[in-house]
Design a protein around this ligand. Structure first.
Ligand code: ADP
Ligand code: ZN
Length: 709
């Protein structure tokens, strides 16, 4: 439709709405330029879901709908021009003779030889302009339609991994029991949510596959949400193996074209199973019977830009709308889901043993304070971890080494004036990365601003610059220096920039071409490498210093998950956790892999501090040119909120500078709303923005935030 001088694509969500306009206003409304689809583009339930997202997360309906459609519609289809019956009628053509200039005649002749039509770009290439075709269309001689071009994402090599075929394998008792409960729930055809809490290596994927098979056989479709397919290709591959062509994959590693092709296959009903990352929650599947959210605690389900939805929570709502069974799976459920299970909203199913009764990794803690006292502050590997790595190399077994921090050094510090080199755009210090042998660059992890590491302090010109802290790059270098024959690889955001790089590293790991894999949280994902018998954690407390109420939860999940990567094959596994805070409850409980104890302690903390899941939280981030402007605007909004008629139902905290007070050149102030009544908080925020409309663009509303940095 025309909008000002542009032509834009819109989505009709209601054709029968009563509109009350003056006759003069009606005259100003321009007609629709072209209707792109003969049938509804999005299924009704998906439109409803997107509208629910818009309301719940307080974003525009257009933003939510945009998340539900494949991104670049125009590139995925091609416009075909063909003659109408009238166009073949020489009489009719001649009747139009006076207007029929040479170009139009040429176009008609070109189309005469192609009853199926010719792509418009191809006609353009032969010198027949779209204008000419358009004029013929206006005269009824030519018609346009759209044709879709398809690509198979599996053949383009994005998702590749080895899969152990599951056919004929006997289920463990726990798997069988879980499957029985889930199968019975699916058969009722009613909405229910189950939390499948199974320790690492308990075989959750097998349960998903069998359940999906049951549901699919009953004529219903299945939606599987996974965190990041590039890092955890195993689940997608297992589904592909089991269901072949009946599976479509939706994830961000696909090209726009591939994504769109998959989307249209789903829309046409050619698949019964969709595996995808968070946006796949809007997949246009009909007759939905089952939604599985694997690793439901994973933060990648939350979109950190508008619309700021949580794919897991939207999945639960979709299940409710469409009377489907929802299964949330994890070894370390989020506090939210676990609390919902504890209060009876969800049904918890436990799988407490690994398959074949393999033991969980035995975990030991190394107090690095003692290690530093004895060997100095530059120690990276404790004696115990060193010995353990050496033993694995001798035995031909693999090790994973986790440090959840990238780079060579984490700060450049001046011993003369005490300043640290910071990003000019963000309030964080620059991280040093090696670029070749002697070229070191200090880079911002938020905005990517980079400088070559200077020889002298930019602030005082002193020559006493010192590097502090270390990240994965340093750890990998150190390993190569100590164990010169070991084959070492690194898996972090820096090494997986290239498409397919993550898959390459994972494949080398699976084939045994790597002895020691160093990495960030990426190595803690659901990988199943049977030859890994040792997991070393360098600084278990990296995340605990963050000013985020989920810091302990994140740390517990990360440590439990990474320990869960060891001992998944014949040989038992061992994990060695180095930390400065061996007594912190998240580290203590993770080392005993005691979810119940962690949940109890963490819930108490959330209760005392009034944080989710015991209260709802809204995070408003107000951006400004300078710190003052951001704080002033935030104070204005906070004032409106505190004067809201509903203010008895929630509390308003702040404004305060956000933990990352400056980001990509913008200053950020933060307001928290806490309370039991989400709708009241949302309405109050929207009302405050109605009162200050010019602030709208500068305010990010985050309902149920996953991080508040
Ligand atoms: P989780 O996701 O619970 O950590 P996985 O689904 O990755 O565990 O399963 C762990 C391993 O056990 C995989 O290698 C899988 O192929 C294997 N496995 C799962 N179920 C069985 C079974 N019933 N018998 C034998 N092996 C199984
Ligand atoms: Zn920056």
């Amino acid at each position: 439709m025309p909008l000002g001088k542009r032509v834009v694509t819109g989505i009709v969500v209601d054709a029968n709405a009563a509109v009350n306009l003056e006759a003069t206003a009606w005259e100003k409304i321009k007609p629709i330029t072209e209707v792109l689809d003969d049938e509804a583009f999005l299924p009704g339930p998906v439109v409803d879901l997107a509208l629910w997202v818009a309301e719940y997360y307080a974003c525009g309906a257009g933003d939510a709908l945009a998340a539900a459609v494949p991104s670049t519609q125009a590139h995925k289809t091609i416009r075909i021009a063909a003659l109408t019956t009238q166009g073949y009628d020489e009489e009719a053509v001649r009747n139009l003779q006076p207007a029929l200039r040479g170009r139009q005649r040429e176009a008609i002749d070109a189309l005469r030889g192609a009853p199926q039509g010719v792509p418009v770009p191809e006609l353009n290439g032969r010198g027949i302009s779209t204008d000419v075709l358009q004029r013929l269309a206006e005269k009824g001689l030519v018609a346009f339609r759209r044709h879709r071009i398809e690509r198979d994402p599996f053949t383009s090599g994005v998702v590749t991994t080895h899969v152990v075929s599951s056919t004929g394998r006997a289920l463990t008792d726990e798997q069988a029991r879980a499957l029985e409960s889930l199968g019975a729930a699916a058969a009722t055809g009613e909405f229910a949510v189950f939390l499948l809490q199974g320790v690492t290596g308990s075989g959750k994927t097998e349960v998903y596959l069998r359940l999906a098979d049951l549901v699919q056989r009953s004529g219903k479709s299945v939606l599987v949400l996974v965190p990041e397919i590039a890092l955890t290709p195993a689940v997608a591959s297992a589904f592909r193996e089991a269901f072949g062509d009946r599976v479509a994959v939706q994830h961000s590693g696909l090209s726009d074209g591939e994504r769109s092709d998959q989307w249209h296959r789903i829309r046409r009903g050619e698949v019964s199973v969709v595996v995808g990352t968070r946006s796949a929650v809007f997949a246009p599947l009909a007759k939905l019977g089952l939604i599985i959210v694997d690793e439901e605690h994973d933060t990648s389900f939350k979109q950190e830009e508008t619309p700021r939805y949580n794919g897991r929570d939207v999945a639960v709502m979709r299940g409710k709308h469409e009377a489907a069974l929802v299964v949330l799976g994890s070894a370390t459920p989020s506090l939210e889901s676990s609390h919902n299970a504890a209060t009876g909203r969800y049904t918890r199913l436990l799988m407490e043993k690994r398959v074949h009764d393999r033991p969980l990794a035995s975990v030991s803690v190394v107090d690095m304070r003692l290690e530093y006292a004895e060997y100095g502050p530059d120690v990276i590997f404790s004696g115990r971890l060193k010995n353990a790595i050496t033993k694995r190399l001798e035995a031909g077994q693999q090790s994973l080494i986790l440090l959840n921090r990238r780079g060579l050094n984490t700060a450049v510090f001046c011993r003369q004036c005490g300043s640290t080199i910071e990003c000019p755009n963000c309030s964080v210090s620059l991280i040093v990365h090696a670029e070749g042998r002697d070229r070191h660059r200090a880079r911002c992890h938020y905005c990517n601003h980079g400088i070559l590491v200077p020889k002298e302090c930019p602030a005082c010109k002193g020559p006493y610059l010192e590097r502090r802290g270390f990240g994965t790059e340093k750890v990998a270098d150190e390993i190569s220096a100590i164990w010169t024959n070991a084959k070492v690889a690194r898996l972090d955001r820096d090494t997986v920039r290239r498409k397919g790089a993550a898959a390459d590293i994972l494949r080398s790991m699976a084939s045994g071409a790597i002895d020691i894999l160093v990495g960030t949280q990426m190595i803690a994902k659901g990988h199943d490498f049977p030859r890994v018998t040792l997991v070393g954690v360098i600084s278990a407390d990296v995340g605990l210093g963050l000013a985020d109420f989920r810091a302990a939860e994140r740390t517990f999940q990360l440590l439990t998950q990474v320990a869960g990567r060891a001992g998944r094959g014949e040989e038992p596994g061992e994990a060695i956790v180095q930390t400065l805070y061996p007594n912190h409850y998240s580290i203590r409980h993770a080392c005993r892999q005691d979810y119940v104890a962690f949940f109890a302690d963490e819930l108490l903390y959330r209760q005392t501090m009034r944080y989710p899941p015991l209260t709802a939280l809204v995070n408003l981030v107000v951006k400004g040119r300078d710190a003052r402007a951001a704080m002033t605007d935030a104070a204005t909004l906070a004032h409106h909120l505190r004067n809201n008629a509903d203010v008895g139902r929630f509390s308003v905290l702040g404004p305060a500078p956000a933990p990352v007070a400056k980001l990509r050149g913008e200053y950020r102030a933060q307001i928290f709303l806490k309370g039991g009544h989400r709708a009241a908080m949302r309405e109050a925020v929207l009302a405050a923005l109605v009162a200050e409309p010019e602030m709208r663009r500068r305010v990010a509303i985050d309902i149920d935030p996953v991080t508040v940095l």
